[in-house]
Design a protein around this ligand. Structure first.
Ligand SMILES: N[C@@H](CCC(=O)N[C@@H](CS)C(=O)NCC(=O)O)C(=O)O
Length: 220
């Protein structure tokens, strides 16, 4: 059995943050596939009782420790490995600031937008999609400005804030209907720097369940 287990599935950018971190630090880890789509696994009472009361992936298991929320998992793995750590109080607070912004306003909205566009039984209401797209565009512009003239988000080296921000960005543009790296060149250049890190893998190559068994993408 590997040292770490990660509950995840290939289409989850939230889980990708944790999977990518494990790979980048060279951890001995294995994925545990969660049947989110066909099986609705995260909504089952046994998942909430035994795995995560919040009904979400990612969940990281390390011996007797079980952690959820990608920001918590990233912090734990950075402290444990000494890699991608923000250094000193200012960098730590700055990393947390970007992780919270990302969870709420960038990848938080991107995940919902992509779900409604591709996976939900009924396509997202146009007014809801337009609302989300406007929020996403505003957050992408903020990140693009931050990355203009700098290599990484918090420091001149990648930290867990950068890893958090990758969540949904590498999924194919057709799953969103817009091309984030093309439309936001500083984000595109930063994505290439992240892609060049040893151990980087695309979410569909890193986590199980793509293309998924019984359902397929609604819009393909
Ligand atoms: N802020 C959380 C978000 C986790 C999250 O929303 N995960 C989704 C999958 S991408 C989930 O498990 N949703 C289950 C559900 O809504 O039933 C994190 O970063 O870990």
């Amino acid at each position: 059995m590997a040292e770490f287990q990660l509950y995840c599935f290939a289409q989850s950018g939230n889980a990708y943050r944790a999977a990518l971190m494990l790979n980048l630090i060279g951890a001995d880890w294995e994925p545990i596939w969660v049947d989110f789509f066909a099986g609705g696994a995260t909504r089952k009472p046994e998942y909430r009782e035994e795995i995560n009361e919040m009904g979400e992936v990612p969940v990281l298991v390390h011996g007797k420790k079980k952690l959820t929320q990608s920001g918590v998992i990233l912090t734990y793995l950075a402290d444990l490995s000494g890699k991608f750590q923000p250094r000193g109080e200012d960098e730590k607070l700055e990393a947390l600031r970007w992780i919270i912004f990302d969870n709420q306003k960038l990848n938080g909205f991107l995940g919902v937008f992509r779900f409604l566009k591709n996976f939900a039984a009924k396509s997202g209401d146009p007014a809801v999609m337009a609302f989300l797209k406007a929020r996403i565009d505003a957050s992408l512009a903020i990140l693009n400005k931050r990355l203009t003239g700098r290599s990484f988000v918090v420091a001149e080296r990648p930290t867990i804030a950068d890893i958090s921000l990758t969540a949904y960005l590498y999924y194919p543009p057709e799953e969103f209907g817009f091309d984030m790296p093309k439309e936001h060149p500083a984000i595109g250049a930063w994505m290439e720097r992240m892609r060049a890190l040893p151990g980087w893998k695309h979410p569909y190559d890193l986590m199980p369940g793509y293309p998924f068994g019984t359902q397929g993408y609604r819009n393909r």
